[in-house]
Write a protein that binds this ligand. Structure first.
Ligand code: L34
Length: 297
């Protein structure tokens, strides 16, 4: 058997076209949704991701701007910038790319973003609203993108056993909360595994849907997957490959070649979850803009 490939790139393109239409209507009505991204430091991966986010925003017709701050930026300097963006009526979404340099307290920064402009869904108020099942919350982009990708590829998680491998605040935990919601895209039975889980394979073999987000290549191999299961690979790991021009390849957390022989469906890396994350950032920004204006969509 060979798994169906779920193309996040293709689904994301469709969503971005839908958003483009919605943004055109809003713009005609005098509301241009605005996204402000903040990049601190010069991590090549972060530079790439933030660049892709601003490009996608501009393509969809959003107002977009990027602030790039040096690696040695002080916490106070970053908090000042966030305060300015919180007060700017042209900005409806604020994204601070993670990780941040060591001298900056991430928790403080996430608390400083106006929850109404928190298009990452990382502010503790939004985390709490997600955990309590508020249907109107701005949910973190990666897990929201995964739900969207499952629904649009015909894999409704309702009633299914979903095993999430990874317990990060960016993916694992919000993924579990979204899947538990009593709402479309939710109603799953959820298990969360992590580095201290005993016999990971025994648990993952019970998964109808397996979401892997640990940031380590080869975490899930074919023997850990139930035949026919849906496998969502969230990892984006750079591995050295001197045979390609840029000197590295991007691989996921799943042993794709082996697992695709067993799984019913699988997401590729690249071209899977990554593009969905970006599409959901745009969707969250449009939603935030509509809510900040007041009134419905
Ligand atoms: N605040 N920080 C904040 N929000 C986020 O949602 C993120 N994340 C993660 C890192 N830090 C963040 C992202 O945006 C990871 N991430 C992300 C987004 C997009 C892609 C990868 C990671 C992506 O589109 N990757 C391409 C491959 C790109 C390449 O060639 O390296 C893909 O097709 O998967």
């Amino acid at each position: 058997m060979s798994a169906t490939i779920i193309s996040g790139a293709k689904i994301a393109r469709t969503i971005r076209e839908e958003l483009h239409g919605q943004v055109a209507e809003l713009t005609a009505g005098g509301l241009v949704p605005g996204l402000a991204t903040i990049l601190v430091g010069d991590s090549p991966a972060s530079q790439l991701y933030v660049g892709m986010k601003n490009r996608a925003a501009a393509e969809a017709g959003l107002h977009s701007r990027q602030s790039t701050l040096p690696e040695d930026t002080s916490e106070a300097g970053l908090l000042d910038l966030i305060a300015t963006l919180n007060a700017d009526p042209e900005v409806h979404g604020i994204l601070v790319q993670l990780p941040l340099p060591k001298q900056i307290d991430e928790a403080k920064v996430l608390l400083a973003v106006d929850p109404a402009k928190d298009v990452d869904g990382f502010h503790p108020m939004n985390v709490g609203r997600l955990a309590t099942g508020d249907p109107a919350v701005l949910a973190p982009c990666t897990p929201r993108g995964i739900v969207e990708m499952l629904m649009r590829s015909g894999h409704d998680p309702a009633g299914k056993h979903v095993v999430v491998v990874g317990r990060s605040n960016i993916v694992g935990k919000p993924m579990a909360f979204l899947l538990l919601r009593q709402a479309p895209g939710g109603n799953a039975t959820v298990s969360v595994a992590h580095s201290r889980t005993a016999d990971l394979g025994a648990l993952t073999r019970t998964a109808d849907i397996l979401v892997v987000a640990v940031g380590r290549p080869g975490t899930v191999t074919a023997d850990m997957v139930k035949p026919g299961a849906v496998v969502i690979d969230v990892g984006t790991n750079r591995v050295v490959d001197l045979d390609v021009d840029r000197g590295y390849r991007v691989v996921g957390d799943v042993d794709f070649d082996g697992v695709q022989e067993v799984a019913g469906a699988i997401t590729p890396v690249p071209g899977g979850v990554g593009p969905m994350t970006i599409a959901m950032l745009l969707a969250n920004t449009v939603e935030a803009a509509v809510r900040l204006r007041g009134g419905g969509a």
